[in-house]
Write a protein that binds this ligand. Sequence first.
Ligand code: SAM
Length: 375
Amino acid sequence: MSAKIKSVLWKAPPHTLAKISILQAYLTRWFEIFGRSKSRQNLWYIDGFAGPGEYINSPTGSPVAAITSASEALQNVGSQWRAGDIHCVFIEENEERFAHLKNKLGATVSPQKIHSHFFNSTFVDGLSALRKQVHNPFLPPSPLFAFVDPFGATGIPFFDIKDLLSRESSEVLINFDSDGIGRIFRAEEAANHEEILNEVFGDDSWRTELAKHRVSHELYRGVLALYKQKLLALPKVRYVFAFEMRSAKNTIDYHLVFASQHPLGLEKMKEAMKTTAKNGDYCFSDAHLNQSAMFRFDEPSAYSPQLFEQFRGRTVSYPELNDYALNETPFVNPKSMLKDLEGRGMIQVRSGDPKRRKNTFNEENLIDITFQQGS
Ligand SMILES: C[S@@+](CC[C@H](N)C(=O)[O-])C[C@H]1O[C@@H](n2cnc3c(N)ncnc32)[C@H](O)[C@@H]1O
């Protein structure tokens, strides 16, 4: 549907507005955290498919959301700001939308520390041009957040995503058209599938991996799983989460794939999702291969059996459990699930604190946790 949009502005469906509110909530925290901690380093936001800056029914497109977040963060952090300046890069291929965006942002007064850079080009060409600039986000050390929000499945080569994620403290949030990619796989030559899929996944592993799902209605899950696997295989990337965003009627609207090097990133992104889920008609589920578990942010017992199965019979450190909770459950840490399992006598907790009370999990004192063999 979106590929057919030809006008400069269009009406944003509710899921688009929800996506922008997640981005804005997250970015404010991102700028605040790095603003306080990254002494004299510039912070970079890259909007790879920036759009016109607004919608017929909303004044806030992603570039406006980013500038608003940056301004709010500067104000909130105030005199504790240690970082350098904030650089926002807006890349938009369509000439008229680009002109609209420049006008729109030109009319906005923002703090002196915020600098905008505009590229009327494709995402790929915009990144190449950016790399050649004297000040650019590819020079370490520069924390970098990229929002990659195309219409459809094309235009986001894995090469560029990998390059963005190879920087210290870099993160990406991708609106990933797994359904569209699945359709391209099925259409084969008629959709120029080899070239597109090699570009999206960075190699031809899709041939064997997606073939396993050829007859499945759930091909998009295989597409997402493979993409997630590719991201997690990148040297610095330890946290990857694919959120299915569903409307109240339970139809899947799109997927947001978030990749980060740091647990705090995924923790804050989940908090932004949770706030949006609370406020609106949207809910999220994690996009696992064989299931579509609706997120219950408030029900640890829905996830503790999965945690137990994963570690059954093993003795594990808390950090390992924390990474699992972040990557595989809606929670930002494993504590509520461990509480549930300890209450049912399914784990033994070893702590350096002789006074530790049952159902408390202070990671500073925890030595390890043993998951029973039987349940
Ligand atoms: C989904 S819209 C972006 C919406 C915007 N991120 C927001 O949240 O308000 C996708 C935009 O990407 C632009 N576009 C399409 N192909 C592109 C490409 N290869 N590189 C950069 N921009 C592109 C389209 O003109 C469109 O404005």
